[in-house]
Design a protein around this ligand. Structure first.
Ligand code: 13P
Length: 261
């Protein structure tokens, strides 16, 4: 785990189109990440770039993660990537349950299988949860609680500490909206998620899980979100493709003290 460090994860999604651009971006980000004392940076590139980027990793502050994986180790699963393949590249962090994968039909049951597989293989699953839309009655809280409860089913107690949880409301992702979730709303959900985890795992195990935020994070809002909502890191999509913006997010997050909950 990242210990007391903040965790900043770049989800490049299906970008950039060429290996040479991926390498240029990675090398620039890696140099920025090396300057930050209190940050662990993880870059999740498209699968075809993992091999070349891995060869360019230096030091421990910036590592490579994966955007997805199948729960089986090998076999007849066309188009899928296994934990064994990721581990062969020394990959530890893997995104699980991103809304863009749920939109392709990934169910809570599949998310659960992926989370368990990652844990059992000694990896750190980065579980993303979040409502598609908000309603005035607050039913979106139940959506998040159910996603967490189903994803954690059967997770071995001694491996819980390896999970990273991300609140990423779908409506706040930059491809859906121009506005992120407000720090007040993130704080409210952060408190709710902590209560869900306390009920599910007990306060000791729950207290160990890092809770991050994702959705239109940029240099303008990053500081306020950490200071006012208490999250200890981000998953960054669009802004992670722009070296200057991402470097600025790392710099801001490095200095900010998260609100203590
Ligand atoms: P944006 O930062 O582009 O909103 O993407 C967030 C995201 O989906 C990260 O997983």
């Amino acid at each position: 785990m990242a210990g007391k460090k903040k965790l900043i994860i770049a989800n490049w999604k299906m970008n950039p189109g060429k290996e040479k651009d991926a390498l240029t971006l990675f090398v620039a980000v890696k140099e920025e990440a090396a300057l930050r004392q209190n940050i662990q940076t993880v870059i999740c590139p498209p699968f075809p770039f993992i091999s070349v980027l891995k060869k360019n990793v230096s030091g421990r502050k910036c590592s490579i993660g994966a955007q997805n994986m199948h729960w089986e180790v090998n076999g007849a699963y066309t188009g899928e990537i296994s934990s064994a393949m990721l581990l062969d590249y020394g990959i530890k962090y893997v995104l699980v349950g991103h809304s863009e994968r749920r939109a392709f039909g990934e169910t809570d049951e599949m998310v659960n299988k992926k989370l368990l597989a990652a844990l059992r293989r000694g990896m750190s699953p980065v579980l993303l949860v979040g409502e598609t839309e908000r309603d005035s009655a607050g039913a979106f809280f139940n959506v998040v609680r159910d996603q967490i409860t189903r994803a954690f089913e059967g997770a071995p107690r001694h491996l819980l500490k390896n999970i990273v949880l991300v609140y990423e409301p779908v409506w706040a992702i930059s491809s859906h909206a121009a506005l992120p979730c407000s720090p007040e709303n993130i704080l409210e959900m952060h408190i709710f998620i902590k209560k869900v985890l306390n009920d599910l795992l007990g306060s000791v195990a729950a207290g160990r899980l890092p809770i991050l935020y994702g959705g239109s994070v940029n240099p303008e809002n990053a500081g306020g979100i950490i200071a006012e909502s208490g999250v200890t890191g981000f998953v960054v999509g669009n802004a992670s493709l722009d070296t200057r913006k991402f470097a600025r997010i790392l710099e801001i997050a490095d200095k900010m003290k998260p609100l203590a909950l």
